[in-house]
Design a protein around this ligand. Structure first.
Ligand code: ZN
Length: 503
């Protein structure tokens, strides 16, 4: 990047959570990892890392406000959201930055609004006006609304699922912000939306998504004015009236071509819609595979219905019960969110034998399981994510205990829903993955990258609020294929520009 002409003051913050409205437990401060001020620069991860490191390297002065990371969970408690919003707006009023760079998810909803990022960006814009560039880096599962785009100069998604490129996403936001500040970029974004979700096949490395991303890269290479094409696959548990697949194209100045390119890419989703299907195994098929394939052990079993990574509570017991009752030879590790059982195990202490009812404390329809086991390990539940997805992020499970049941199943009991996408969730609790035949993870995509070389990934069709099934849940506002009968939609492009050319 060329030298910059002055040391711009750039306010940065990270406020991220993916909100599953079907999880009955609102996400309040207890479910967020919050750091403030320069603490957030000690070991930043993801978009925040790429953003801040690139800005510093360019010679900008960064003004860090906070990092509030809620992972995935229920809708964010609106009062907590408002407090964080006010803290951010207060910092903006005080610091009067030249630009703002944010690490957001894009699918945060609160108990009052399904479009928290849109609300946040509109509030920021109301404070700074149109002359202060705002750049954001998002998860590609963002719910991208008109309000969000109308209030943002630079809006970039990661391109990979599993999300191994968050750092690059943050770098790109920083580079484009600097270019805009220097008058070398007049960002104009066009968007096109298709009213559909992806019922499956959400990985970007294969299948129809890989083809659409390849086409996007081809278009970007052919048009020098295109600085970014982002493709958003939306979060399937958001209930809002602008639900859909969204393609955004950011160009330097208005472009004659970007509208038709956005429409073409969005139309490809509709044309290919029947190909977006997952291939999940039943619970019995999964355990039969574990039993019959010793050379592939350990298996990492993605518990799709109870995916904490998709905002489910993580309190399912169906895989635990299947392993205990049907597969007596297998050794495994199973995480379960249960603050009461975790507290009882911790109180009993390492070496004690405890009888516990575990799980089913949050998800409607789940059944608790009675177990007796030996408390092997207790901890505060904090660990650092090894990655590549989320590398370096601070993760918190709350006070946690490992209880060994039937001398072969290690139950990881956590106070808050544990992000078990990463092996460190287990190894930090003294669980030795190599000694096991299977390990249950509450993730559908990212664990494949983070367990590579350690375990064979497999996805299991389990009940719960972490997996979309047609007509399983009620949508009040959202209208989309395949939940609703949607005739061939008219796909059009919309231009969003902030008029913040500073050149
Ligand atoms: Zn995502």
């Amino acid at each position: 990047m060329p030298e910059i002409s002055k040391a711009y003051r750039i306010l940065v913050a990270h406020f991220s959570q993916e909100s599953n409205r079907l999880n009955p437990r609102p996400a309040d401060e207890e479910l967020f990892v919050v750091e403030r001020g320069r603490d957030i620069l000690r070991s930043p991860a993801g978009v925040l890392k790429g953003l801040t490191e690139t800005l510093v390297a360019a010679g900008a002065n960064i003004e860090p406000v906070f990092s509030a990371n809620g992972g995935a969970g229920g809708l964010v408690d609106h009062d907590f959201y408002l407090r964080m919003r006010e803290e951010l707006l207060g910092a903006v009023r005080r610091i009067k930055p030249d630009a703002i760079g944010l690490d957001l998810h894009g699918a945060m909803g609160t108990t009052e609004t399904p479009d928290a990022e849109g609300d946040l960006l509109q509030a920021l814009r109301d404070v700074v006006g149109s002359k202060v560039p705002i750049g954001i880096g998002l998860d590609l599962h963002g719910h991208i609304t008109r309000r969000l785009l109308d209030n943002t100069d630079i809006c970039i998604a990661c391109k990979e699922n599993p999300h191994t490129d968050f750092v690059e996403c943050g770098q790109k936001v920083a580079e484009l912000l600097i270019q805009q500040l220097e008058g070398r970029l007049t960002p104009v974004t066009v968007s096109a939306r298709v009213p559909m979700i992806l019922p499956g096949a959400g990985e970007t490395g294969s299948g129809p998504l890989a083809e659409i991303h390849a086409k996007a890269r081809e278009y970007a290479a052919l048009h020098p004015s295109i600085k970014d094409i982002s493709i958003y696959n939306v979060f399937r548990f958001t209930d809002d009236d602008e639900i859909g697949q969204v393609v955004t194209i950011l160009s330097d100045g208005p472009s004659a071509d970007t509208s038709s390119i956005a429409v073409d890419l969005a139309t490809r989703f509709w044309v290919e819609r029947e190909r977006f299907k997952d291939d999940l195994l039943t619970v019995d098929e999964v355990f039969e595979r574990v039993r019959s394939s010793p050379d592939k052990r350990p298996f990492a079993i993605g518990d799709m219905g109870d995916r904490v990574a998709a905002g489910a509570p993580g309190d399912g017991t169906i895989l635990l019960s299947a392993a205990l009752d049907g597969y007596p030879g297998l050794r495994g590790a199973v995480p379960i969110t249960d603050p009461v059982a975790a507290a009882r195990a911790i109180e009993a202490g390492v070496g004690a034998t405890v009888a516990l009812s575990v799980g089913a404390g949050f998800t409607p329809g789940f059944t608790p399981r009675l177990v007796t086991g030996l408390v092997e390990y207790v901890s505060d539940g904090n660990f650092i994510v090894e990655g590549p997805v989320g590398e370096g992020a601070h993760s918190a499970m709350g006070p946690s205990a490992v209880v060994r049941v039937d001398d072969r199943i290690q139950l990881l009991l956590t106070t808050t829903p544990a992000d078990t996408t990463d092996p460190a969730a287990f190894t930090s609790q003294n669980v030795v993955i190599g000694n096991l035949d299977f390990i249950v993870v509450k993730s559908g995509f990212h664990f494949v990258a983070n367990f590579a070389g350690l375990a064979t990934p497999v996805l299991v069709n389990t009940p719960g609020v972490g997996y979309y099934r047609k007509h399983q849940f009620e949508f009040r506002k959202a209208r989309f294929w395949p939940e609703h009968d949607i005739a061939n939609p008219e796909i059009t492009a919309r231009q969003h520009s902030i008029s913040t050319s500073l050149g």
